[in-house]
Structures are given as C-alpha cells and as structure tokens.
Design a binder for this molecule. Structure first.
Ligand SMILES: Cc1cc2nc3c(=O)[nH]c(=O)nc-3n(C[C@H](O)[C@H](O)[C@H](O)COP(=O)(O)O)c2cc1C
Ligand code: SF4
Length: 424
C-alpha cells in the first residue's frame, strides 16, 4: 500500500528481485561494506539504538542478544538464522527469502561480523522447497561475488554460510530444538539456561535470530539505529510484517509501522472483514499460540508489543487470523489443539500428556458431547502445563484454549448445555 514504509519488503514487487544483479541495482551489500569498516561493538550499538526486537515471536531485543556473546572467548561463535516458520498463520519469512534472499544474506554477514562468528547457518523449513533453492542459489552467487567466504567484500573478514533444510517439525523452530536438529540429532529442545549465547551450536556461543530480524539489519546500518528507532512506537520500534489471513477480502503480508491500529490493518490493508467490519467475531493477533481478541478489543487495540499485551494477548510472529461470525470458536481452537498435540516432542510430561488431554476434551466439546466439568478441566490442565515445561510449546498449546474460554465462555457453556454450537 502506498505511503507505508517498506524495509524488509521494499523490493517485493520488483521483477527478479531475488537475483544478485537486481539486488545490487537496489543497493544490496552497501550496508555490509559500511559495517565491515566499523568495529563489531559499534554495529551492536547501532542495533541497540534501533530498539529492534526479535521478530520470531518472543520479542527479545536483538542488540542486547548480540551483546551477550562473549567475544573474547576462544571458542568459535556461530550465527543461526531461524527460517523454520512453522507457526500456523505465519508466512512472512518465506516471502523475504523468495523475493529478497540477498537482504537476509547481507544481514547475516553484518550480524556474523558483529558477534565474531565465522560460520552461519540458515535453518529453513523443509516444506519451503522452492525457497530453499532460491536461497541456495543466492548464497552461491554471494560466494562468487566475494561477499561470502574467507575475505568478505575484500576485507579481512571471514564469514561462511550454509543452508540447512529441516524436516517439518514445528518444535524445530524453537531455538534449542533447532540447534539439536542442526547438530544432526532429534530436534528436542534443551533446558535453558544455559542459553545459546553461551552454550549453543556444538556447545559454542551462538546467536539465533529470525529471518525478518536479520533482514532488517542492512537498513539499520544504512540509515542508523536512531532512524529505525523513530519508526513505530515506544518499546516497539520499526516496521513489522503482519500476515493477515482468514475472513478478509484481501489476505496477504503487509509491512507497516508498529503501533498501527488492528482495525486499520484489517480495513485499509486487508480489504476489511468478509461481509464488513460488523461481521467480525474476533482476531487471533499473533499466530496460533496467541489468545484470541473479541470484536470489542479489536476496535481499539494497536499492533505492538505493549498494545497487545495490554489487551491480554501477544504480538507473537505477527500472524493475524481474522474470524468472522460464522466461526464456531470451539471447533476452531479444537483444530489448533490437535496441531499442538501432534507437534509436542514428548520430552516433558505436562506437555506430552496435557496437549493430548486438551485435544481430547476440545474435540469432545466440539462434537457436542462435552461434560459440565470440561471447561474447568481445560482450565486446570492448561494451568498445569503453563510454565512447567522445557520449552514454550507447552504454553503455546495452553494459551489459545485459555484465551478462547476467557473471550467466548458462553459458546463453550452453550455447547455443553445444548449439545450443539450456538453458531449456525
Ligand atoms: C515451539 C516454538 C516454535 C518456534 N518457531 C519459530 C520459528 O519458526 N521461527 C522463529 O524465528 N522463531 C521461532 N520460535 C522462537 C525461537 O525460539 C527464537 O525465539 C527466535 O528464533 C529468536 O529469533 P528473534 O530473536 O530474532 O526473534 C519458536 C519458539 C517456539 C517455542
Ligand atoms: S514443552 Fe513440549 S515440545 Fe517443548 S520440550 Fe517439552 S514436550 Fe517437547
């Protein structure tokens, strides 16, 4: 949409934007040239000034994460790009890779240099077959042109990059599960601490960042951290790509400044709710693990970390799933519960048993065979998963269920009482 500032999607409508020739016409690798003439600490300072928070879901400040790497430690350091993108509703990283792989590679050269990593990996979701090919080609072209390798851009800077394809497990998007998988083991998350900044890939200091985070770095270096920090709103600087799906007239990925009202995003960018705004039932604002918002909340909530937290939900990876009034919320969440049951790696009892139990009760309710005590039972199971597991997949399974009960309790109760949904 015209007028909106584009950073990671700035070349998305340019023909052949994935090729090195076109990327160079659009200014690729200028930021890397600038950054490699700076000190690593200076780069980290710029990224800190930008205020950018990780775009993979947890929202941890990127500059701070980079500063945790013990640079004088003699062990090798690694930079890993998380391109697993497995959260239902999320499809933003895929477009960056598809249309601007050199922006990501450039961001990784800068980040790798800043933290002292000589080797980087891009862990890409197994299903992204075409994207992995585009990325591989871009990496080879960057090697050919001398941007990657032993002497990046003619400087005494060594940075190598390899593309690694995953095999389609959501839990491998969790950073420590990803590390295990990258090491060739079963992708099961590790207990934290220790954090990857100290004990990461091959037990060495490792930075893991999301595709969108790393792809924002060239613009931060080109324009300065302060410039980026002024975009968006306090504590949520910069732009964010929102993947708007569900019952809207124009689903798609939209890059906008943080802090945009959700209503504006849906109406002005995504072509409004199918049947008009009044046909809105609710919105899952940040991907399948984030609690659903009611229509009343959608009237005023803004798309930034604090705005969504205040509304009792989360920004997550920025996947906005719009539900119109035809949606049977119990059925919709039951579908998500089946996903989490399937994706639990089974290491922790609360998650392994709890996700199965939730899915079973949600299915029973959705079928109209729920029992009076089922709502309280779900709340109890969720409370016994949340915060009691090795990784956040357990919480991710509990949050949508608790969110739906909170926002649409009457639908759960109606189902139990009447044996059928109050919708349709
Ligand atoms: C179950 C689970 C799945 C995740 N999947 C992804 C993913 O596909 N991509 C991603 O970038 N982060 C994912 N994350 C978050 C990562 O663990 C990690 O926080 C992130 O990659 C760090 O990058 P960032 O700081 O740039 O956001 C996931 C987390 C969990 C708990
Ligand atoms: S919370 Fe679930 S997915 Fe995460 S480690 Fe435990 S069992 Fe595995």
């Amino acid at each position: 949409m015209s007028g909106a500032i584009q950073i990671v999607y700035k070349n998305i409508h340019v023909a052949n934007s994935h090729t090195l020739a076109v990327a160079l016409e659009n200014g690729a690798y200028q930021a890397a040239a600038k950054a490699l003439d700076m000190k690593g600490e200076e780069i980290i300072e710029e990224v800190k000034k930008s205020g950018i928070r990780g775009r993979g879901g947890a929202g941890f400040p990127a500059g701070l994460k980079w500063s945790f790497i013990p640079r004088s430690d003699p062990r090798p350091k690694y930079l890993v790009c998380n391109a697993d993108e497995g959260e239902p509703g999320t499809c933003k990283d895929r477009d960056i890779i598809r249309y601007d792989p050199h922006m990501l590679i450039e961001g990784m050269i800068i980040a790798g240099y800043a933290v002292g990593a000589k080797q980087g990996y891009i862990y890409i979701r197994g299903e992204f077959v075409r994207e992995a090919q585009i990325l591989q080609q871009a990496v080879e072209d960057a090697y050919q042109a001398g941007y990657l390798g032993d002497n990046c851009l003619g400087r005494e800077v060594c940075f190598h990059l390899a593309v690694h394809r995953g095999a389609g497990a959501y839990v491998c998007g969790e950073e420590t599960g990803l590390i295990e998988s990258l090491e060739g083991k079963k992708g099961q998350p590790r207990l934290k601490p220790p954090f990857p900044a100290n004990i990461g890939l091959y037990d060495c200091p490792t930075v893991i960042n999301n595709v969108e985070t790393l792809s924002s770095v060239p613009a931060i270096i080109n324009n300065g951290g302060e410039w980026y920090g002024k975009l968006g709103v306090a504590k949520s600087s910069g732009t964010k790509v929102f993947c708007v799906s569900g019952h809207v007239n124009r689903p798609g990925n939209y890059e906008v400044e943080m802090g945009l009202p959700l209503k504006t995003l849906i109406q002005q960018y995504a072509g409004d709710v199918r049947g008009g705004w009044d046909n809105l039932k609710g919105v899952i604002p940040g991907g399948s693990s984030t609690p659903v918002l009611t229509k009343a909340q959608c009237e005023t909530v803004t798309m930034d970390y604090d705005g969504l937290a205040k509304a009792g939900s989360m920004l997550g990876a920025g996947s906005v799933i719009v539900l119109d009034r035809s949606v049977d919320i119990v059925k919709a969440i039951a579908r998500l519960s089946r996903f989490y049951r399937h994706e639990s790696c089974g290491q922790c009892t609360p998650c392994r048993e709890g996700t199965g139990w939730i899915a079973q009760v949600m299915d029973r309710l959705a079928r109209g065979q729920g029992r009076k005590e089922d709502i309280a039972l779900l709340e109890d199971i969720c409370a016994n998963i949340s915060g009691k597991t090795i990784c956040a997949l357990g919480d991710a399974a509990a949050m949508p269920v608790l969110g739906a009960i909170k926002a649409f309790r009457e639908e759960f109760e109606y189902l139990v009482e009447h044996g059928r949904s109050m919708v349709g």
